[in-house]
Every structure is written in C-alpha cells, then in structure tokens.
Ligand binder design. Structure first.
Ligand code: SUG
Length: 443
C-alpha cells in the first residue's frame, strides 16, 4: 500500500510570547521581552500549512496546548483561585509564570519521534513523545502531547503512542528535530539517523557554551521503543562547536527528505566518516548528500538565516521543493547558496519562501513547526476525523484566529485572569474545529 508524507503542523497558541526561556537558542535570548503578535503568528503558520495543501501535499494540524498551565503552577506549590495563582506566580516566581504561559507546543518537530509502519517490527505506526527535559517550559508539554497524539492516532489496531521517557537528565529527548529518516522512496524501508549532543548528562567532551539537549541514551531508548531494526538505525554525534554556535537541534543544521540529505559541513563529529557510513547503509537508495561549505555559509549565518530549517517536500508532479524561511531571502549570501545548490543538484527543483517571522523570533523555522508522519491509505482513513486540513477547515481556523487571538501581547498582560479565560476559550474553540475532545483543552 503506497505511503505519503503528512506534515502535522502545530498551530500557534494565543499566548505566543517572547520570554527568552531557551538558553542556547540565540533568537529566544535575543528577543526576550519583545512584544508578540499571537494572531499574526498563528496566521503565518496557517498560511504555511495552506501553501503545502495548495502544492498538493496532505497537511495535518495539531492544536495548541491550553496555557497558562495552572496544573503546573499548583504542582509547584501555588494555591488559590486561577486569578490568585497568576498574581502570586507573577510576583514570586516570574520565570515559572513565563514558562507556564509559553505557547512552545507549536514546534511539533519536538513533539515526538515517529516510526512508520513499514519500518517497525509490529507493523504499527509508532510515536515516542519527547520528554523535552532540557527546558522546564517545554517539559510541561509532554503529557498533553501524548494525549493529543493518542486522540488523533486513536485506532490501536494500527497506531501506538508510547509514554515519554522518564524524567532523568541522562534521558533528555527532543523528538524528531534530532532524527532523520532516509529512504529510496516513500514506499521503501527507512534508515533512521538519530543525532545526539551528549552521551549522557555529564558528557566528557560536551559543548562548552550551551547545553546539549539530546542524549545518546535517550536516542537509543526511542529507537527500541519505536521497534526499529538494529541494522536500520545509526547514532550520530552533533558537532559541539555547532551547539555552541546556536545549533540547539539537528534540524538547525541538517535536513533530509527521502534519499536527499542537505547539511552544513560542520554538522556532525567525524563528518566524513558519518557520511560514508550513511552511503554504505543506503547503498541501494542512491543517497544524495549536499554539503554546504563553511566558506559558502559560515555557521553563524546558517544559524541566523535558518537555511537548514527548511522543509523539502515532493509535489504530486514529482518536483522537490525547498520551503525556506523568508529570512533566507534577505541575505545575498544565503540566496547565492540556494541558487548554487539548485544549479548543482538536479534533485532540487524549486524553492519558496514562507513568512513565519513570529515563530522565527523564538528560534522556530518552517521545519520546527511540523511533525512528519508517513501514512498509508488505510492509516489515513483511520485517522481521527478532522485532523487533516481542508480548504474549509483552513477558512474556519482563519476566521476563528482572526476573531479571538490578540494582536499584541506582553507577558505581564497574562496576569489578567479575564484575558486568560478568553484565550483558553479560544483554544477550546480550536479543539471543536478539529473534532478533538474538549477535555484535552482543560488543565
Ligand atoms: O525549544 N523556542 C523553542 C524553539 C524550538 C525549535 N524547534 C526545532 N528546532 N525543531 C526551543 O528552544 C523559546 C520560547 C521563549 O523564549 O519564549 C522556545 O521555546
């Protein structure tokens, strides 16, 4: 049965803000306390989804998680009514308040690691939700992510959503952002490339400036849980210099699609050896590797432009299209790299820029906003009803966002319980549009 790739994008939530929460993510730090525009953020993400739909590529939607996360505030010892919780947390522990208000679940590349049914020993499509331990605001996504995935991929005859890994620093997992699947074509078995930053939480040769977020122990556990064959899995170490330059996930420095791998020459430790291993493991698949030289695109520019955080998609006409952040179009040097890559590689046919600026200011480009899931026709039929975007659902979401999301938000605004109530109602409305249980929108 033929497989297709469906991108499940995270819809940006109405509390989208800039709190500077992610150490090692340069954009997040730089934009701390900037004023956000949640409405524009959500509409930008929605337009990206619509572009893919218009290109003929199926598109899924993952709803925002409800925020503020009152249950997390209570778990950390705050008490009283919602209004009191907000007031106390803002005064006594502003960092916790900010973490509990973050709309970070939008970056669904970090939601889980996915193994398509053609690759797993049980023949089921498997999900390993990420524990996202490296940052508190992200760690509180994991339980709800698991429930949302279970609601969308509910048919246990063909889907299985596991639990996130236990909360131990040595098992820190950031999901598909540190995973690539190479395959000859959509219907062939894949090679799973797991990229880790440190062997465990006290690594011998770790990055110096910024933390590594993914451990080898976590990647190994995910590969086991996703029931992958040992000979179809490889573990590759991220270059610590890249982490120190702001590459907090592999998808900031490498992107793959089918038999194509586009990466910076300073992405991995022992890169030449790694690429040779990939070539030999994929010897039947005609693996094509495009390496961008540091002299063409210095690491710093790779990070600031987010060139590698693009999506590569294949249209029904068989054209490979690079979906790039608009920021890449603003730099002559990056534009030159894109043109050179296209000219030298027959496998890349066209490129499109997308405006996801609101997300980019928190270090989230086009690829961060999506979780890739390979599905066959039977599995698509078994998905929970309204998980896929249609032109009608796009219109409904657009109207809903335009009517209920604020167009200007500062963190201190979220002390106001009345505003939070309106924003939580707005999130509930999205669950309604997507046909997901309302309980999931309650915390
Ligand atoms: O985890 N930013 C996210 C960006 C995630 C990008 N995802 C991928 N590369 N796949 C993060 O660092 C910033 C939130 C703030 O500072 O308000 C944030 O969480």
């Amino acid at each position: 049965m033929p497989y297709v790739e469906v991108n499940f994008d995270g819809l940006v939530g109405p509390t989208h803000n800039y709190a500077g929460l992610s150490f090692g993510n340069l954009a997040s730090t730089r934009n701390r306390e900037a004023i956000s525009n949640p409405r524009a953020a959500a509409l930008q993400g929605l337009e990206k989804m619509k572009l893919l739909l218009d290109l003929g590529i199926p598109q899924g939607v993952i709803p925002p998680q409800p925020r503020p996360h009152f249950a997390a505030l209570r778990r950390l010892g705050f008490s009283g009514t919602e209004s009191q919780l907000l007031e106390k947390a803002w005064k006594k522990a502003p960092d916790i308040f900010c973490a509990c208000c973050s709309a970070s679940s939008m970056w669904t590349a970090n939601a889980a690691t996915v193994a398509p049914s053609c690759d797993t020993t049980s023949g089921k499509l498997l999900f390993a939700p990420a524990n996202l331990l490296a940052n508190f605001h992200r760690s509180i996504e994991a339980t709800t992510t698991q429930k949302i995935l279970q609601a969308i991929f509910a048919d246990s005859d063909v889907f299985q959503v596991n639990e996130p890994l236990p909360g131990f620093a040595g098992l820190s997992d950031e999901g598909a952002a540190n995973h690539m699947r190479l395959c000859a074509d959509d219907n062939s078995n894949g090679l799973h490339v797991f990229v880790y930053g440190a062997e465990n939480h006290r690594p011998a040769h770790a990055s110096q400036r910024f933390p590594a977020r993914q451990t080898l122990a976590a990647s190994r556990a995910v590969a086991r849980l996703n029931q992958l064959r040992e000979d179809r899995v490889i573990f590759v170490r991220q270059n610590p210099e890249a982490i120190d330059a702001g590459v907090f996930h592999n998808d900031v420095i490498a992107v793959s699609h089918r038999n194509l791998l586009l990466c910076h020459e300073r992405a991995f430790v022992n890169q030449a050896q790694v690429l040779n291993s990939l070539r030999s493991l994929q010897s039947d698949a005609n693996l094509q590797i495009i390496q961008i030289r540091d002299s063409d695109l210095p690491l710093e520019l790779a990070v600031s432009s987010y060139l590698f955080n693009s999506q590569i998609v294949t249209t029904p006409a068989g054209k490979n299209c690079l979906i790039l952040p608009g920021e890449c179009g603003e730099s002559e040097r990056v534009r030159d790299v894109v043109e050179k890559v296209k000219a030298e590689n027959a496998a890349l046919h066209e490129h499109r820029f997308v405006d996801v600026r609101q997300s980019m200011r928190n270090g989230g480009g086009p690829a961060c906003l999506r979780l890739r899931v390979m599905l066959n026709q039977d599995e698509i039929r078994r998905l929970n009803g309204r998980a896929l975007l249609t032109p009608q659902r796009y219109e409904q979401l657009k109207v809903h966002i335009s009517a209920t999301y604020p167009d200007r938000l500062q963190l201190e605004d979220l002390q106001d319980w009345k505003l939070c109530q309106r924003l939580l109602d707005s999130v509930r409305g999205i669950y309604g549009i997507l046909g997901l249980p309302q309980e999931l929108a309650a915390l």
